[in-house]
Design a protein around this ligand. Structure first.
Ligand code: A2P
Length: 291
């Protein structure tokens, strides 16, 4: 069964499920991307300049037999490259590392704490979108107050807002604001983050994949906890990019179109909402910001 598409406000479509590659080395990424495309049926890859593996993504895509035009490719502008000229140059550098002449989606990675610079950065992304070298542009980690800045600016709105989102942090406010403005929401750390350690002040190991509620629901459906979590994102209309560098898990994570969570499952998962993050709050994140 193929992954459903979501239509973005740019008019382009994005496969609702993709492969994330945060914290994967270039070598792991090259293997994972080729396997995901050729063997597991993925058509959507999500990377970032800051992950340090854009070259691995490019090599994986080149090694796969799937044509470039059938692949939805996302990358992100790192914080140090915010600002109009820096963003344009950083975009060129990302394309060179990826070995492609366009991306399907280019995202600002974090809003940081300087709204003037953020607006100049968005000007650059709008120009990139107009050039056709990014089929769509968007943002990550934007709270409603950041999205409001772009609404007030007028002009192009982000096609997506990619935020930390999982049953502990369902992000109702962001989803409501984004929905009102035609902005699709993408979930990062959709499985609850890495299994050993997270990052930043909220760093902690993944608890969702071993959560008793999730594992009980998984048993009811003869599916894995990861598959239950991915279904939860899909059934909530979210774009979901689970990360794995292991073939069996990559294949398992897209094998989610032969079952559905029912109302009882969804109501049990809703009880996990406690606002616990595995990453940093966007209003506290200024890592790598230019002076
Ligand atoms: P690995 O790459 O070693 O498979 P996220 O929530 O950020 O997508 O993180 C997913 C984490 O869970 C990663 O550490 C990944 O590690 C692991 N993972 C991914 N898919 C599965 C799965 N199907 N079962 C168990 N762990 C998984």
């Amino acid at each position: 069964m193929t992954t459903p598409d979501i239509t973005l406000n740019s008019g382009t479509t994005i496969p609702q499920l993709g492969l994330g590659v945060w914290q994967a080395t270039d070598e792991e990424t090259e293997h994972a991307v080729r396997f995901a495309l050729d063997e597991a049926g993925y058509r959507h890859i999500d990377t970032a300049a800051a992950y340090g593996n854009e070259e691995g993504v490019g090599r994986g895509i080149a090694a796969a037999s799937v044509p470039r035009e059938d692949i939805f490719l996302t990358t992100k502008l790192w914080n140090a490259d915010q600002g109009y000229d820096r963003a344009l140059a950083a975009f060129d550098d990302s394309l060179a590392r990826l070995g492609t002449d366009y991306v399907d989606l280019y995202l600002i990675h974090w809003p940081l704490q300087d709204n003037d610079r953020l607006l100049r950065t968005w000007d650059a992304l709008e120009k990139i979108a107009e050039s056709g070298r990014a089929k769509a542009v968007g943002v990550c980690n934007f709270e409603p107050h950041h999205l409001q800045l772009l609404v007030d600016r007028g002009g192009m709105l982000p096609a997506v807002d990619q935020v930390e989102l999982h049953p502990h942090l369902p992000q109702h406010e962001i989803r409501s604001f984004a929905g009102d403005h035609g902005i699709a929401v993408e979930s990062w750390s959709p499985l609850g983050g890495t299994s050993n350690a997270g990052w930043g002040p909220n760093s902690k190991p993944n608890t969702l994949l071993v959560d008793p509620i999730i594992t009980r629901i998984a048993d009811r459906h003869s599916k894995s906890p990861a598959q239950v979590l991915i279904r939860w994102h899909l059934q909530n209309g979210l774009i979901v990019i689970p990360k794995s560098v292991h073939d069996l898990r990559i294949a398992q994570n897209i094998d989610v179109f032969d079952f559905e969570l029912d109302d009882l499952d969804l109501s049990e998962i809703a009880t996990l909402d406690d606002g616990e993050r595995v990453g940093m709050h966007p209003d506290e994140m200024n890592m790598g910001a230019p002076d």
